[in-house]
Design a protein around this ligand. Sequence first.
Ligand code: AMP
Length: 496
Amino acid sequence: MCGIVGISAETDVAAEIYDSLIMLQHRGQDAAGISVCNSDDQLNSRKSMGYVRDVFQQRHMDKLSGNYGIGHVRYPTAGGAGKEFAQPMYVNSPYGISLAHNGNLTNSKQLGSELFHAEMRHLRTDSDSEVLLNIFAHELGKQREIYPSEKHIFKAVTKTHIRCDGAYAVIALINGYGMLAFRDNNGIRPLSLGIRKGKNRDEYIVSSEDALFTPLGFEKVRDIDPGEAVFIDKKGNFFSQQCSDNPQKRPCIFEYVYFSRPDSKIDEISVYKARMRMGTKLAGQIKKTRPDHDIDVVIPIPDSSVTAAHQLAVDLNVPYREGFVKNRYIGRTFIMPYQEERKKSVRRKLNILDLEFDGKNVLLVDDSIVRGTTSKKIIEMAREAGAKKVYFASAAPAIKYQNLYGIDMPATAELIASKKDHDEVAKEINADWLIYQTLDDLIDSVREGNPEIKEFETSIFTGEYFTPLIENYLEDLETSRKDELKMQREKTKAKG
Ligand code: AMP
C-alpha cells in the first residue's frame, strides 16, 4: 500500500505536501519522498527510508522550493524494500518526469522486458512503479513534441492504459509543464481531487484520501474517474479527459475495511459510515443465528475495528467497552517481517484492561483476520485476564487469496483461512465462537453509500481477479511473499 499526493498552487507547496504525507502515513511507513518544481523549471527532491518525520529535516525542507509537486509514502507490495525503491521515481527523458504510484502492475515483468529489448530503456530496480514511469515516459517521448500540450500528455496516458494491467493511481510531475494524475481502468485504488481559491488562480490537490483536504483548506471536487486523467499546467490551468475506452468503477473493498482513514470518502462512500454498517450487519447475523446469545460485552481491537464494534454493540444492545489500550508509537504489527517477532509485537502494542474481561463472556471485534497471529494472541490474553467465554467477530469475510492490486498480503500458504474451514480457524485461534462477515453483507455495507457502484474488487475473498494474469504470475508472487524468502532477501541485503 502507498499514499500519494500532489499540489499545484501559487506559492511553495513542499510544507503542505509534508503535512499531507503525515496525514497519509498510515498508508506506508517504509519510505517517503517529495519532488517539487519551481518557476525556473528546476526540480527539487528528497526521499529516503523511514517515517515522514524522519525523512524530512528542516535543512531538506528549505531546499524544496517549488509551487507544484508530489509526495509519496511507501509500504512495499512489489519489489524490495531498499532505498532505491523510495518514490517519487525520476526519469530524465522526456522533459524530466517524476512519478508517485499506489497500486501494483500485474504485467510488469513482461513490460520490463519490452522496455529493455524494444524501447532501449534500462531499469534500475524490479519495482513495477519504475516500469510504469518508463512506459508513460516512452509513450510521451514517442510523440516527439518539444513543447507537449495536454493533448500529448493524455495520449500518453491512453497508451499507458493499453499497455499496463493491474492497479495504479498515479500522480506525476512533468518538469516545466505541470502535474498529472490518472487512475486505472477499474479505479481499484482511490484518488480524489480538491480545489481552493488562490489570490490569482485556483489551486489544486490530488490525493489517495480526501481526509486531508479540509485541514489544508481545500474543498473536495470529486473522485477521479477510473481511466480518467487530469492535468494542471504550471500556470494553474485545469484539463481532464477520459483516457480509457472501457472504464469500470471497481474500487478495492479492503480500503473501507482496513486501509483508509475513517474520515475519508472514497468514490462518494464514507469509510466511517461503511464501517458502521459492517457492525450493523454483524449484529444482524448474530441476532439471526443466536437470538439468545450470552454476550456480556463487546470489545474492539483498536483501531480499525472501533467503528464497526461500537455499532455492533449498539445494535445488540450490549455494553461496549475498551478492553485494550494501544501504544500508538509502535508500527503496525504486520510490518514486522517474521512470525516470531509479530507475535511478540502484538503483546507490546496492545495492553489489556483485565477488569473488562474478568468473569465475562466477551465478543472481540477486529476488522479482519489475515495470518491469525493477532486474533490468537488476543484471545489468549482475554482468557488470561479471566474471560469466561471468548467470541470473535471479523468485519471482513475470510481472507483466502493473494492480493495483486497493491495490498501487502502474505503468501496464500500463510493466510489462516486459505486451507482451513470456518471451524478449523475457530479452533486454531481458540475462539468459542467465530463470526465472519459474509461477502454479501460486506458488499451491501459499502455499496449502500453509493448504489451506482455495481462491483467491488474483492479478490482476497473470492480469488477472482479482474485483470488478465500472465503465466505463472500467481506462483511467482506466492514465492516472493513467503516469510522464508523475505528473510533470505534481508540477509543478502545486509551482506551487500
Ligand atoms: P493477523 O494477525 O495476520 O491475522 O492480522 C490481522 C490484523 O492485521 C488485523 O488486526 C488487521 O487490522 C491488520 N491487517 C489486515 N490487513 C493488513 C495489511 N495488509 N497490512 C497490515 N495490517 C493488516
